[in-house]
Write a protein that binds this ligand. Structure first.
Ligand code: ATP
Length: 202
């Protein structure tokens, strides 16, 4: 049995990263979703949740032990220092749990698995992947999709995009680019090509 191929998938907000992850999942590659991991590590009773409550207020946890995510976001994203404080608690925990899940997949004999991680390049996690895939699309296209299909606020979306690394960085760093300026069918075709590449490598 060979070593499992680790594929890092990333993309800016509204790029279509989740859509690409879903397509890769449907093609048979297990996907570890960093956003899901980020939620799971703050399940009721978890040590991470305890640290978050210590740092940001015990009132963030309701009587059933659940975290009020909206209130945490308001507190943690109020200033850069507060954001860093939250990241210092959550990022190492996300990394450890994602690694645990990838290791579990590898030990189960999986040939190739996807790690869907928005901060793949920002946190240097790309260095731990065998292949990196970035979904890119023009800012205006991303804004339009998020405003029209998800009902998000345009200014808010533009601010969030401005705070992430640019597609220029993603284009420079990724092994494979998926251009999602076109239709979903265009994206699907490109994902199929990536699947062939993965199968050839694994
Ligand atoms: P986020 O990080 O904000 O969750 P994302 O990068 O994961 O975003 P998706 O959720 O996959 O992006 O896509 C953003 C929106 O654009 C969704 O509503 C999705 O259905 C839609 N979308 C994705 N690709 C296309 C496309 N090629 N044509 C039209 N709509 C698309």
């Amino acid at each position: 049995m060979g070593r499992m191929l680790r594929i890092g998938l990333t993309g800016g907000i509204g790029s279509g990263k989740s859509t690409a992850a879903r397509l890769l999942g449907e093609a048979g590659f297990p996907v570890v979703d960093a956003d899901q991991v980020a939620r799971d590590i703050m399940d009721p009773g978890s040590p991470v949740l305890e640290k978050v409550a210590e740092a940001f207020g015990a009132d963030l946890i309701d009587e059933t032990g659940r975290l009020n995510r909206g209130d945490l976001a308001r507190r943690a994203f109020a200033t850069e220092a507060e954001t860093e404080k939250l990241n210092a608690i959550t990022h190492p925990a996300i990394r450890t749990e994602a690694e645990r899940r990838l290791t579990e997949l590898a030990e189960a004999g999986t040939r190739a698995a996807v790690y869907d991680m928005p901060l793949l390049f920002e946190l240097g996690i790309d260095a731990t992947m065998d292949l990196t895939v970035a979904v890119v699309a023009d800012v205006d296209v991303r804004v339009r999709r998020l405003v029209e299909q998800r009902g998000l606020d345009e200014e808010d979306v533009r601010n969030r995009i401005a705070r992430q690394v640019s597609d220029e960085v993603r284009r420079a760093k990724a092994d494979v680019l998926l251009d999602n300026n076109g239709t979903l069918e265009d994206l699907r075709r490109q994902v199929n090509t990536v699947c062939e590449q993965i199968n050839a490598l694994s």
